[in-house]
Design a protein around this ligand. Structure first.
Ligand SMILES: *Cc1c(COP(=O)(O)O)cnc(C)c1O
Length: 372
């Protein structure tokens, strides 16, 4: 009997316009295929250093401790929370969708007493509301907030927030998974102490890494910890030796070599395009899509909409699942359904990185006119 062979891997190519991943350009896929090196090979160390510098450039920060966590965006969230929270700490979290809720869960798992402030899904927080919460919970050690809430499409303004948080002696932690590489994001200027993102959203790299950055203020807090970080894998006091070269490039875990190549290439593309041009492109594509969707009867849910994630309420009589499934099967276009309270009531259309093109916007709108 011949042994059965596994058929070759040959997935159909899709236009990825959901909440992530976004379409990965061929140039990044080619970078993935470069020869695998050892994680202590001087050639690779150089590539890693370049990658960390590119992350700094994209985040607009000089923070030394800036590196790609081996894991997706959620691992970045865990890294930030686990390193900054000790059992018994108090923390404040702003919840206006799924990801703020996950931050709270993470903080609680690390032993914090969490004070959540909430606004309805789709809305954002005013600095006044945050100042009130900070005043009410003066013992909190940190405040966590989501810059781009992918579950609702809401775009949180972060300007002026750090002063409120720092004046109260707290650290500011930000989820930038759907904003890095798509929206303005100035880590140093905005006084952010800890931030994480993901590769598969506006960087258009495959999923698997989470670029993070910690300020000096955050590092001081970590140095003063009385307890060990609850996560061995994500403990930055050990990781920093490898990623920054401080105290020698000691082995902690094997860096995901080829994913680092892909991230380096994706960030090189971001810098080549120019941060400002890239942000302007996302905005332009958002406005184009918005005009077309509104003409078709969709309405935007958040008042302050992201450009990178368009969360729209469905017009009456639209069959959510049937239409999304026709878009996928007939047009190879993936868009996202509503999450949580918006399940069945909204769509989430991503315009992230390489997916944010005129061609994709025109194709999606034409397909929608056909299937509706
Ligand atoms: C996608 C996303 C995450 C989680 O990232 P994963 O890569 O799925 O682990 C966290 N926060 C926000 C705002 C996201 O959009």
């Amino acid at each position: 009997m011949p042994t059965p062979s596994t058929p070759p891997l040959n997935p159909r190519e899709r236009i990825l316009m959901g909440p992530g991943p976004s379409t990965v350009p061929a140039r990044i896929l080619r970078a993935l295929a470069a020869p695998t090196l050892g994680h202590l090979d001087p050639q690779f160390i150089e590539i890693m250093d370049e990658t960390c510098q590119l992350i700094r450039d994209a985040y607009q920060t000089k923070n030394l401790l800036t590196f790609p966590v081996s894991g997706t965006g959620m691992a970045g969230m865990e890294a930030v929370v686990a390193n900054l929270i000790e059992p018994g700490d108090e923390a404040i979290v702003c919840i206006n969708g799924v990801f703020g809720g996950r931050m709270k869960d993470n903080m609680e798992r690390c032993g914090a007493t969490v004070h959540a402030i909430e606004v309805p899904w789709g809305e954002t927080f005013s600095n006044e509301a945050i100042a009130k919460a900070v005043e009410k919970h003066p013992n909190a050690k940190m405040l966590g907030i989501v810059h781009a809430e992918t579950s609702t499409g809401a775009h949180q303004d972060l300007s002026g927030l750090a002063e409120i948080v720092h004046d109260a002696g707290m650290l500011l932690a930000v989820d930038a998974v759907t904003s890095l590489g798509g929206h303005e994001l100035k880590v140093d200027q905005w006084g952010i102490d800890a931030i994480y993102s993901g590769t598969q959203k506006c960087l258009s790299c495959p999923p698997g890494l989470s670029p993070v950055s910690f300020s000096e203020r955050a590092l001081e807090r970590i140095d003063q910890r009385k307890t060990k970080v609850q996560s061995w894998y994500l403990d930055v006091s050990m990781l920093k030796n490898y990623y920054t070269g401080s105290g020698g490039r000691a082995y902690h875990h094997t860096a995901p070599i080829n994913m680092i190549y892909a991230l380096r290439e994706s960030l090189a593309i971001v810098i080549e395009e120019g941060l400002e041009n890239r942000i302007a492109r996302h905005r332009e594509m958002h406005l184009l899509l918005r005009k077309g969707l509104e003409e078709l009867g969709f309405s935007y849910i958040p008042k302050r909409s992201l450009c990178t994630l368009n969360c729209v309420a469905l017009p009456d009589g639209i069959d959510d699942a049937a239409i999304r499934s026709r878009l996928l099967s007939e047009y190879d276009i993936e868009i996202g359904g509503g999450l949580g309270v918006f399940a069945g009531k909204a769509w989430r259309i991503g315009l992230m990185g390489h997916s944010a093109t005129k061609r994709n916007v025109a194709t999606l709108l034409a397909a929608l006119r056909d299937v509706m």
